[in-house]
Structure formats: C-alpha cells, structure tokens
Design a protein around this ligand. Structure first.
Ligand SMILES: Nc1ncnc2c1ncn2[C@@H]1O[C@H](COP(=O)(O)OP(=O)(O)OP(=O)(O)O)[C@@H](O)[C@H]1O
Length: 737
C-alpha cells in the first residue's frame, strides 16, 4: 500500500464535488496505485522523472511525485488542476531537496536559468534602481548560499525597491520556506536568524558551494528526499497522512485546519523541546502561541502514560475554546474532568483554584484559612468577584485621603500585596513590601488601609462569601502544605499576561519544580485584566528562558500594521521586567488598508456601520463579520439602531443563524477571530472608558490606561481580512492620527 504525503494546496478553493473526487482518488491511491481508473501517468519531456498525473475526473488531474525506497512507495500529492494546467505543472515542476538547506521543495524548472557562469555578485548588478536588499546589507551571495534561493529568484528579489515591494513578492513563491525567508528579510532579520527560525542546523561548512549545480541535485536519491520531507522546515508544507480519516480532514479543512498539521519549525521546537524549569513563549496577537500550547499539551500527555497535564487560561470562555480545539487537534488526546487525573485537564485559572478546594475537602478551610486569614474559617458558600465589598469597606475610612479610600485602590492593594504575602495582621502589613505600588503609604495610612481590610474580611465572613483571589491564595497555601502530593506534572498557561500574583502562586504550587513543569504563552501587549507583575517574585523564573514568535498567521500585513500602531507611544514591560517590543512582527497575507470612518454625529456613525455591513454582505462575505464595541450597553443600542436600518445582528453568545453579523465586546473578543471587523465607536469619551479610569491615580491610573490601549490592540488584531474603525465627534486619543 503506497503512502501519501500531502503538500499544502489550494484544493479547498475547488468546487466541493471536485474536492470529494480528490478524496476518493487519494483514498484509492493509498489502497492500490495500480487500480484502473487512477490513470497514474508520466508526461513527455518531464523535468522530474518522479512526476505523475492521476485522473480525478474527466476534467481534473492530480499532480503527484512518486518516490520509491526500500520496496516502499510514497506519492507526494501537490494539488489538483484542470487537465492542461496539471499536465503543464507535472511536466515542469521538480520535487527536490534544496542543495543548500536540504529542505524539500517544488521548483519550476521551466523558468529560464541564470547563466551558471555568472558570479552571484553580478546577478544584482543590472538593477540600476535602489535595491532594498542591497541597501540593507543582504549580499546576493548570501541569498543563494545561505538561504538556498536560485540565482534567478535572488535576482528577482534584488529588484524590489522597498520593504513592501519585497514582502509583496513572497506570495508568488511556491514554497513556504521561500515566503518566510522573504518576509524575514523584509522586516530586517539577518540571514542567520532566518536560518535559525527555519530550524536549519547545518553548519556553513556543510552547505553546498555558491551556485552549486541544481541538475545534480535532481538526481539525488528518493531516500534523501523522503528524509528531507521530514525536516521541520519541510513539514510547514508537506505532511505524511496517517489514515483516510486524517486525509479527509486535511483536505476538507484546508487553511482552517492548517494549524493542526503544518507547524512552523519554531512552533515545532517549542512543542517538542524539554525545558529544565519554567519556559515562556511570547509573541504578538495571532502568532500561533495557543497552537503551540495545544500541540505541546498533546505531546506531554501522550509521551508518558498517566502524565497529568493542566492547560489553563484566564477566562472560562477561553478555556472552553482550548478544550474544543484540543479535541479538534486529536480526538485521541485523553482529556480528564478531574484535577490530578491522568490526561489533560483544561480549565480556567479560577476554576482550577475551585478544583483544589473541592479535592481537598474540609481541610481546605482550616489549612487555607490559617495561612491566609490567620485562623481556620468556616466554609464559604458564595463566590464573588474581587471588586465586591470594597465600597462598604472603604466607608470605614471616613474622610481619609481619596487616594486610599478609592475601592479600586484597596482592591489592588489586597490582591497585589496583602494576599500574595499572606499578610494576616496589622504588624505584618506594616512590615510588608509593596513593590510596584505607586501610592506611598506611611504608618498611619497603612493602619487606615488595614482597618478597611479588617472591615472587608468581617463583612465577607458574615455573608459567607469569598473572592476568587482569596480562593486562589487559599488553594496555593493548601497545596504548599501537602508537599509531595502536587496534582499536576505539567502546567501550561495561555494568556499568561492576564494572570495575577495569586494565580502564579497557584501555578507554582500545582506542579513541583521539574523538567517541563511550567510553560507560559503570553503577550504583554494584550494585558487587559490585572496589573503589571514580575513573575520571579512568585517562584517562576523565566529570565533567559523566553522566546518570541513573530510570524502572524491571523491578520493581513495591513491590519497587523494598524493594530501595532495602537501600541506606539506606550511602553510595555513584560513579566520578566524587559521592555516588550513590537519589532519584527510580520504577516504573510496582504489585503486592503484598514479604513477609519469619522462622523460628526452618532447617527452618522450608525449609518456608516450599516453601510459597511451591507456592502460586505452584498459582496457575499456574510460569514464571519463582527462589530466590536467597548460595552454591552453600547452594542445593544447599536443593535436596535441597525435593526431600524434593516441589518439583523446577534449578540455574541446568542444562538444565531449562520452568517449573522455578531456584536461582541472588546473583552469577549479575546481569543476570537473574524474575517471582517468593525471597531465601533472608538471615540473620545468611549475609549478609554471613563468608568474604567474612575478615581484612579498614579500607577493604578497608568496601568488602567495601558489596559485600555491593550484592549484596542486586542480588538484591532481580531480581523483576518478587513478592518473598519468608526468614531463620532472626536476620535479616541488612542487612535493614531
Ligand atoms: N502553523 C500554522 N499554520 C497555519 N495557521 C496557523 C498556524 N499557527 C497558528 N495558526 C492560525 O493562526 C491563528 C492565530 O493562532 P493562535 O490563536 O495560536 O495565535 P495566538 O498567538 O495565541 O493569538 P492571540 O494572542 O491573539 O490569542 C489561528 O487561526 C490559528 O489557527
């Protein structure tokens, strides 16, 4: 039975009847390639002796390459085309191992070859106009002997006069590695970095000579090619199919399922590598961090039977998506619904604290109470948000300065200082360190704050309520008291930037320090909850153990630039206390420049939104449209107004007819993506939301402003293809002029 390796194709764009014929064809091929009806045929004058076509139906042909080794046969399927085009491709394309990088690639051997005698340096000489690559220190010889470009291709790239022109050329190249290398050069990566990103370990001395003869490479053995197909850089484009079901899924899902199969070599590295302690993967919105986490969770769960893997994130909704996507990735991954059980336990971080409580039984209230409150407490029956109860507690402070009577200040002090340090008495509070807290507190002020804390705790005890932050603190304390009985071997965290100190303490207590104990995906630019924190303070040391992903899979280049523009003018410090940069992000896809529509009046803005949606729907893009707004109230009002204009929409979470545009708050949009997005009412007075800044001063105010900026970035980075931003009156100060 032959094996089939699929290359990334555009087959999902084919008519569905042709697609189903392709599936039947490939299933038959896997069964028996000599079966009548497949018509596996060679071409006249074909450039690659391995090339074949196969009959999908009367008008369509599959283009294949046949490899034989050790009595085994493998077909590399490269797509289905109309008869004549298929014949032409099979005649002219060569599947080979790149002589420099050993990546498997498909080249067009009909392209006129550049004279082999031409010195590489002279290839670029005819370009009289300024060359972007030339001016940015990429010698043409390096493109050829460092990255493996053909001379003719290197010459073509040298003709690009700007970064944009260079990036635009990427689309015309047939192989993933070529497109990524070009995008890398467009954003200024060195050749060494590009090689590193592609996972090319071959030392320079082992590379082929500059301009090595490609004809000789065509004759390399099938065995070598089969080997090359397995390299990480080749696996971005080629995948060996395990069974017919997998074959069907890959063909049907096309681009949407690509994340399951065609990982970037860097993603593969972070999935496969073992780390001796915590590791942090950073990267902008859409750079595939969650995809790495999902694959890594699978890897860890399947590597060792009985492994207990916890996969967690900030919200319940995001955890639900992780659970769904893990099953999508591989139904065979054992998922467990109980903490401490073998398999992957996927849940939100607060639910994780609740799982520790439920597993612990009565001891939880005595051990946790003692550690956090100074004495055992009786069971609390009502779980409430961290903000609840501070208004009443603040009232005991009478006419103390506004800085410390502000409920948001008190809540932050409690969650960032008092609970993480398990401060139980006034004297402990007087001695507590308050790093990163802007408002200075002398003895008298600390005593006043402590009085508010005591009132808060007394009120909560009476009402038998507990906040999620307190629950986390108690859960960590409980786990610490049971050293040697930790319920997890590996904890993987998504959206790490949003977790609070108490969450990190919980993470630390869940899995003992060991190989692959903690793996964090985070993007500090997307911190929309909580405060700036330093991980090392909570026993998680990631300094020097952090890497960054830069290739954006989600949005077009144009949308990416726009979203990144929102971050300009602000400084972001990450959890390892390093300044986060947005430098080097790139996207392989192109699309229209985002449109900003300003209106004098609110009703004009609504008209503009209605027109935009109607245009998209008229153009047949009914699917995957979202309108993102700052608050649910504003979105509900807009929904009524759009309804009056004949545009039906649905609030996110409601059962809807497929194709209905969704109204989503910017917060809920985290983790989602849509083809077309309207960012609604990014006006002064709406974004930042005055209520989110109310009463805050000093660092708390700065932090809240940063969160508002991040929220806009999160929202802008949800659009895959098209982005429209609207405002009324005056634009938000967070929008770029
Ligand atoms: N190797 C890949 N091939 C194709 N698509 C990919 C790949 N990796 C990720 N994607 C797709 O890119 C999009 C973004 O991926 P993902 O959600 O993992 O990014 P992220 O970095 O976690 O984003 P965010 O920070 O915005 O949540 C998803 O649609 C995902 O399926």
């Amino acid at each position: 039975m032959p094996e089939v390796t699929l290359s990334k194709t555009d087959d999902h764009k084919l008519d569905s009847t042709v697609q189903s014929k392709v599936l039947t064809f490939l299933m038959k091929l896997r069964e028996d390639d000599s079966s009548v009806g497949l018509h596996i045929e060679k071409m006249e004058d074909q450039k690659d002796p391995r090339a074949r076509t196969g009959r999908v139906n009367k008008s369509w042909r599959a283009v294949l390459f046949r490899l034989d080794h050790d009595g085994e046969r493998t077909y590399v399927y490269t797509g289905t085309y109309e008869h004549d085009e298929a014949i032409e491709r099979a005649r002219t394309r060569v599947l080979r191992t790149n002589p420099v990088t050993h990546i498997a690639e498909i080249i067009d051997a009909s392209a006129p070859a550049v004279d082999a005698a031409t010195e590489p340096a002279h290839v670029a000489a005819p370009a009289k106009k300024p060359s972007y690559l030339g001016e940015h220190g990429y010698p043409v010889a390096d493109l050829i002997s460092g990255l493996g470009f053909e001379k003719a291709d290197a010459a073509r790239l040298y003709e690009a006069e700007s970064e944009d022109a260079l990036a635009a050329l990427a689309d015309g190249f047939e192989n993933e590695w070529q497109r990524l290398a070009i995008l890398g050069m467009a954003v200024g990566d060195t050749i060494a970095k590009i090689r590193g990103d592609l996972g090319l370990e071959v030392p320079d001395s082992e590379m082929a000579d500059e301009g090595g003869e490609t004809a000789a490479d065509e004759e390399r053995g099938d065995a070598e090619l089969l080997d090359a197909l397995k390299s990480p850089a080749s696996q971005m484009q080629f995948t060996l199919v395990g069974d017919d079901e997998e074959l069907r899924r890959i063909l049907e899902e096309g681009d949407f399922g690509a994340w399951r199969v065609f990982l970037h070599p860097e993603q593969v590295r972070y999935v496969e590598r073992d780390f001796n302690g915590p590791f942090r993967l950073t990267g902008g919105a859409g750079t595939g961090k969650t995809v790495v986490l999902l694959h890594r969770a699978r890897r860890l769960a399947l590597a060792e039977s009985g492994a207990r893997v916890v996969l967690t994130t900030f919200t319940k909704a995001l955890a639900g998506m992780l659970r769904r996507d893990l099953a999508r990735l591989d139904e065979g991954i054992p998922q467990t619904s109980s903490l401490g059980g073998p398999g992957v336990y996927v849940t939100g971080i607060d639910a994780l604290a609740a799982a520790v409580r439920d597993r612990a039984g009565n001891d939880f209230w005595s051990v946790g109470g003692e550690a956090v409150f100074g004495a055992a407490i009786t069971e609390r029956t009502s779980m409430v948000s961290n903000s609840q109860g501070w208004d009443a507690a603040a009232s005991v402070l009478g006419d103390a300065p506004a800085e410390i009577t502000n409920p948001a200040f008190l809540e932050a002090e409690y969650v960032q200082v008092i609970l993480p340090q398990r401060v139980r008495t006034l004297s402990e509070y007087l001695a507590a360190r308050r790093p990163g807290r802007g408002v200075a507190l002398d003895r008298a002020r600390r005593a006043a704050v402590w009085a508010a804390v005591e009132a808060y705790r007394t009120n909560a005890a009476k009402a038998r309520r507990l906040t999620w932050a307190e629950l986390s603190a108690m859960a960590s304390a409980f786990l610490e008291s049971r050293a040697g009985e930790a319920p997890a071997d590996h904890v993987l965290i998504d959206e790490g930037q949003d977790l609070s100190p108490l969450h990190w303490q919980l993470v630390r207590a869940l899995a003992p320090a060991a190989t692959n104990d903690v793996f964090i995906a985070e993007d500090v630019h997307q911190r929309i909850y909580g405060h700036r924190i330093v991980l090392a303070r909570y026993g998680i040391k990631v300094v020097g153990r952090s890497r960054r992903l830069t290739l954006n899979y989600r949005t077009t280049h144009e949308n990416l630039l726009y979203a990144l523009g929102v971050l300009e003018d602000a400084e972001y410090i990450d959890t390892a206390e390093e300044t986060e940069t947005s430098h080097g992000y790139r996207s392989a896809r192109r699309g229209p420049v985002p449109r900003v529509i300003g209106s004098d009046h609110v009703w004009e803005q609504t008209d503009a939104v209605a027109r935009t949606i109607a245009d998209w729907q008229a153009a047949g893009v009914g699917d995957s449209i979202a309108i993102l707004g700052r608050t649910t109230v504003a979105l509900k009002r807009l929904q009524r107004q759009l309804d009056d204009r004949g545009i039906a929409t649905a609030l996110y979470g409601e059962a809807i007819k497929p194709g209905t545009p969704l109204l989503v708050t910017m917060h809920s949009a985290k983790g989602l993506e849509f083809s077309r997005v309207v960012l609604f009412d990014v006006s002064e007075g709406s974004v930042p939301l005055p209520l989110a800044l109310h009463g805050l001063t000093g660092t708390d105010l700065e932090d809240a402003m940063l969160r508002e900026r991040s929220l806009l970035y999160v929202a802008a980075s949800r659009a895959r293809d098209e982005l429209v931003v609207t405002w009324a009156g005056s634009p938000s100060g967070l929008l770029r002029s």
